[in-house]
Design a protein around this ligand. Structure first.
Ligand code: RIB
Length: 324
């Protein structure tokens, strides 16, 4: 069984459905409101656990009701929560999620996530070293992500970095990752390219190539080209197999809520790769997992079990998917 260590965020998602996203200074009357457990780190941990991996999570929550609920939710999904720190100094992180037109926009208030420290990570070196794969994102302080990646590399542990939300990162930071999984806009930001819708996917391909180059060290690629995967939402994904860019289409499914689609993809990719699958098989499986995720509401609540994914693949494969 794959052992995954996730270092990252836990948020309570405060969701509101709205016919449209308001402009600055405007008030819009929305529809339903509900809270759901989220946070990119916690979502990825739950995704991996539900797919059968042994998962341990390192993170920080506040000493409050949301923190307790998030921790219980992780534990129910089978995630080892014994290394989560509870701080009295900040409230648990929250995310304001506006759901509109089958898409979302999110504002995160990190709260306790911002209080994860270098010492927390260093103290848990043995936990990272005991895993097959480290999974990190960018919702905890950058120095904690870097320290976790450095420790993983020192112990020969594979590192999967989901650089979300995107910030400009140094080349040596990127070079600490073995596998990079940005979405389209994150890929452009990381590569320092502006988004130009007129350029379409060619622009993203250019950014992906730049990213591979940036993650090189002394001219030697540290993130090999076939290990940068760019998720494209309804347009599927692309990755570079070393020679040519491979494009995979998304599954055609009724979209209910895209929250955590990228997290489900990341968690699934980590599990399959840690289990020794080929990169293409891992990507194909992760695409199916994210397709099933967007057919359901919420973040962690929408994440499928391995049985559900296998059933979904059996029922829908070939009949419901456009050719890649
Ligand atoms: O990736 C989705 C997640 O981003 C949400 O659950 C929200 O908490 C934010 O972290």
């Amino acid at each position: 069984m794959a052992r995954i260590c996730v270092v990252g965020s836990l948020n309570m998602d405060l969701n509101v459905e709205t016919p449209r996203v308001p402009s600055l200074g405007e008030t819009v009357i929305g529809d339903g409101f509900y809270t759901t457990p989220g946070g990119k780190g916690a979502n990825q941990a739950v995704a991996a656990a539900k797919l059968g991996a042994e998962v341990v999570m390192i993170g920080c929550v506040g000493d409050d009701e949301y923190g307790a609920q998030l921790t219980e939710g992780l534990a129910r999904a089978g995630v080892d929560t014994s290394h989560l720190r509870v701080t009295p100094c900040a409230a648990t992180g929250i995310a304001l999620v506006m759901l509109s037109e089958h898409d979302n926009c999110i504002i995160v208030s990190p709260g306790a996530n911002a209080l994860l420290t270098l010492q927390d990570i260093s103290d848990l070196e043995s936990v990272i070293a005991a895993s097959d794969m480290l999974v990190v994102q960018l919702e905890t302080p950058l120095e904690t992500v870097r320290r976790a990646m450095e420790l993983a590399r020192a112990h020969g542990i594979q590192v999967l970095l989901n650089p979300a939300p995107a910030v400009v990162l140094s080349e040596d930071f990127l070079a600490l990752a073995d596998i990079l999984v940005p979405n389209e806009s994150e890929c452009l930001i990381l590569a320092g390219l502006s988004a130009d819708p007129a350029d379409g996917l060619e622009r993203v391909e250019e950014a992906m190539r730049a990213l591979v180059q940036m993650a090189s060290e002394d001219g030697m690629p540290r993130v090999s080209s076939h290990k940068v995967v760019v998720t494209l939402g309804g347009d599927g994904l692309m990755y570079n197999d070393g020679a040519v860019v491979i494009h995979k289409s998304a599954w055609q499914v009724p979209v209910v809520d895209t929250t955590a689609a990228g997290d489900s993809f990341t968690g699934a990719l980590a599990v399959y790769l840690a289990n020794g699958a080929t990169f293409e098989d891992a990507v194909d499986f992760a695409v199916a997992v994210s397709a099933l995720t967007v057919t359901r509401k919420g973040a962690q609540e929408s994440l499928p079990t391995l049985e559900e994914v296998l059933d979904f693949i059996e029922k829908h494969h070939n009949s419901n998917r456009e050719p890649s």
